[in-house]
Design a protein around this ligand. Structure first.
Ligand SMILES: Nc1ncnc2c1ncn2[C@@H]1O[C@H](COP(=O)(O)OP(=O)(O)OP(=O)(O)O)[C@@H](O)[C@H]1O
Length: 243
């Protein structure tokens, strides 16, 4: 018998992540030993109540925030515990990030935002800005500024920017929040297509549609992660309490 799937195709790996916040007298342990692995072509949904640590986890995975303990590796390279400039460089090459606050600069057009995200890549991008805009249905809004877009258009533009570097790992915080049914379907279809192309997709979501489409679901609760194996009653704990 083989020992299960090989580790070669794990492109996102977090080991024993802790994130400790201190604000005045107040201390919060937002992540308490979260470990997870996402393979090429896999879609993982992260769910959990407000304050469970979902956004903190996503920020640590993206290298936007530093965990207080533990390690994050992206495409085989450690992204945690490095200077911010190095984390940004690694993120620009390997990671697409779609945040609730959106990832668009207000003074650049939609096309300009995509080109900026591609700027950090060496050589020609695998996909052109025009092709990305067509894919998200914004071919005719390339020259618009973010403030000139509707909420649904903004979400799609944000997704185009997140995909501009053809990332190995796509991290999205509520990518379908507040979208109408049609736009939600379009965004979920694009995420599925990227996963089919080999991207590892991790989404924080409350959408039942998005959870249904995921290969695996990880529930965060009070900074601890539990993985629910879809289609089985088995539950595996992936967290360790800090003593
Ligand atoms: N910068 C910060 N300083 C202090 N505490 C913070 C900070 N950011 C988050 N927290 C705390 O860490 C915990 C986890 O927050 P986080 O935003 O990760 O939760 P969440 O699961 O994303 O919640 P929501 O679904 O409401 O967005 C919360 O208790 C929150 O108050």
């Amino acid at each position: 018998m083989t020992a299960g799937p090989s580790d070669d195709d794990v492109v996102l790996a977090a080991r024993e992540l802790y994130r400790f916040y201190r604000a005045g007298e107040e201390e919060t342990l937002a992540l308490r030993g979260v470990s997870l692995r996402v393979r090429q072509g896999e879609t993982v949904a992260v769910v959990g109540p407000s304050g469970a640590g979902k956004s903190t986890l996503l920020a640590c995975l993206a290298g936007l925030d530093e965990p207080s303990g533990g390690e994050v590796r992206v495409a085989g390279v450690r992204i945690s515990h490095r200077p911010e400039t190095e984390r940004s460089r690694l993120r620009a090459r390997h990671v697409g990030v779609l945040l609730q606050s959106r990832n668009l600069l207000p003074h650049l057009t939609v096309h300009g935002n995509i080109r900026l995200a591609q700027h950090a890549l060496r050589g020609r991008p695998a996909v052109t800005a025009d092709a990305l805009l067509e894919q998200v249905g914004l071919g005719r809004r390339a020259g618009a500024l973010p403030r000139q877009l509707s909420g649904g258009e903004l979400a799609r533009a944000g997704l185009a920017v997140a995909l501009a570097n053809s990332p190995a790992v796509l991290l999205a915080d509520e990518p379908t929040g507040e979208l109408d049914g049609h736009t939600e379907q379009l965004v979920l279809r694009m995420l599925r297509d990227r996963a089919a192309d080999g991207c590892a997709v991790l989404i924080v979501t409350h959408s039942t549609e998005a959870v249904r489409g995921a290969d695996r679901v990880i529930t965060l609760n009070d900074g601890r992660a539990h993985e629910e194996h879809k289609g089985t009653a088995h539950t595996k704990e992936h967290s360790h309490v800090l003593h």
